[in-house]
Design a binder for this molecule. Structure first.
Ligand code: NAD
Length: 464
């Protein structure tokens, strides 16, 4: 049974809830659900540790980040196993993306923080400079799709900036966070600097509303983001939101078609389409539309299948497949549930799916589905392509495929998205700003932007 991690100790409190293996539907573990007392205890532990942790020189905290990275390396196989058990991800992806990014997050923010200069301004007889102080106790709430990668993406900059944290992982994927708690304890991290509590949405809500939590960083759905924003408004808490997407991919006739097809396959189907950056709307220049669709449909039937995270999420994705049909879509590939004839038939799989023929105003084209599925539509001009891409309530990421240098810059700069990839997808430099516009989020994390969020500047001005 997984226990909470509070003040450096395992805490077994609260009723049990099960976590299911998405590949088979079987129960893989039982987990304690935090109650209000557990949440309060975790926040108090973080508060007690906050002063000493904040007082450490940044170089020492950066040293702790490197030790945590080494701890992750030492428990690499356990983390891979925990992540796969909860999510049903492929061994290859977990080994090459999810867990290595956790290590990279701690190493990158150790460097970025240690090397960051302070601001100083000298003007007609005054010297002004800024010092940055941590927020205090930060609530970290993360989703199930990339559990370890997204948790460490927030933890590393929060901790190196001098905050202590209370983390609430997704109720569907607590396993890798529980291993990380052991890593913190084994590394001798001061008790209370990292606290991890398990449970469903209401536990996150208790954390956000706790008066001793000074800031909230959240990755998850837009709907939950709205709820958190309302709760945090009471005390005007700083919030950083990485929310949902309905990302567009633009394929121009001057692209390298082989690369564009393979790029689209990756951006639509990676992690079963359960990455906030995945493409769900593809727009293809009319002269290559038929060929592109035919090739994408063939490739969709060849990709490795990955289960949806839960039976409930599978029902949601299948409801959009049904919706597409009822709205008159032409299904080019997939559209149903695969049959394996083995234990996977009780898991949460859906077929990778490509559809066309729907209006831009259909619910299918406007709402985030978060599955291995996309709609493909033709366009005639560059201006039309930009309008189509921007015609969404969301604005997280976009991809464009062209061999024209001019067009790449011209179009990329006009897209209403926090991230634009040209002839690639999901290539990240951790120093760059990450986040979205419109319903996709508030603020940016990444590089010094993360350090900005996790600290408050004080400006000190001296008359010389
Ligand atoms: P979710 O919003 O349902 O849950 C995310 C977390 O919030 C979970 O830990 C959940 O328990 C918690 N939570 C739920 N209700 C809460 C409340 N009222 N108060 C506080 N916490 C609460 O999201 P999900 O289904 O786990 O994840 C999928 C979503 O995450 C998708 O919309 C996806 O686009 C988004 N996402 C965004 C990014 C990004 O960087 N922009 C990255 C990954 C996932």
């Amino acid at each position: 049974m997984l226990t909470h991690f509070i003040g450096g100790e395992p805490v077994a409190a609260g009723k049990a809830f099960p976590v299911h293996d998405p590949v088979t539907g079987a129960v893989v573990r039982q987990v304690h659900e935090a109650d209000p007392e557990v949440v309060d205890r975790a926040v108090r532990a973080a508060r007690e540790a906050a002063r000493d942790w904040a007082a450490l020189p940044v170089g020492e905290r950066a040293g702790w980040m490197r030790r945590l990275a080494e701890g992750i390396e030492a428990r690499f196989d356990d983390l891979v196993a925990a992540e796969i058990a909860d999510t049903g991800k492929s061994f290859d992806q977990t080994r090459t993306l999810d867990i290595p990014r956790g290590i990279a997050n701690f190493r990158a923010f150790a460097e970025i923080a240690a090397q960051r200069p302070d601001d100083a301004f000298h003007l007609s007889g005054t010297l002004s400079y800024t010092v940055r102080r941590p927020l205090g106790v930060v609530g970290v709430i993360v989703p199930w799709n990339l559990p370890f990668l997204l948790m460490t993406w927030k933890l590393a900059p929060a901790l190196v900036s001098g905050n202590t944290v209370v983390v609430k992982p997704s109720e569907q994927t607590p396993g890798s966070a529980a291993v990380f708690a052991e890593i913190c304890a084994d590394a001798g991290l001061p008790p209370g600097v990292v606290n991890i509590i398990f449970g469903h949405g209401p536990v996150g809500q208790l954390l956000v509303e706790h008066p001793d939590v000074n800031g909230v960083t959240f990755t998850g759905s837009t709907r939950t983001g709205t709820a958190i924003m309302i709760t945090a408004a009471d005390r005007v808490k700083p919030i950083s939101f990485e929310l949902g997407g309905k990302n567009a991919g633009l394929i121009f006739e001057d692209c390298d078609l082989d690369r564009a097809v393979e790029g689209a396959v990756k951006s639509v189907f990676t992690n079963g389409g359960q990455v906030c950056l995945c493409t769900e709307r593809l727009y293809v220049q009319r002269s290559i539309f038929e060929e592109f669709c035919a090739r994408l449909a063939v490739r969709a039937q060849e990709v490795d299948l990955q289960p949806m995270i839960s039976a409930e999420h599978r029902e949601k994705v299948l409801s959009y497949y049904a919706l597409a049909r009822s709205e008159g879509a032409k299904v080019l590939a997939g559209g149903g549930v695969p049959l394996f004839g083995d234990h996977r038939d009780s898991g949460y799989f859906v077929e990778p799916t490509v559809v066309t023929g729907l209006s831009e105003w259909s619910r299918f084209n406007r709402e985030e589905i978060f599955g291995p599925v996309c709609h493909v539509a033709p366009f005639d001009s560059e201006a039309e392509a930009i309008d189509l891409a921007n015609g969404s309530d969301y604005g997280l990421a976009a991809t464009l495929w062209t061999t024209s240098l001019d067009r790449a810059h011209r179009v990329a700069q006009r897209l209403e998205a926090g991230l634009v990839w040209v002839n690639t997808w999901y290539l990240r430099d951790l120093r760059t700003p990450f986040g979205g516009v419109k319903l996709s989020g508030i603020g940016r994390e990444g590089g010094t932007r993360s350090l900005d969020f996790y600290s408050e500047p004080t400006t000190i001005t001296i008359k010389l």
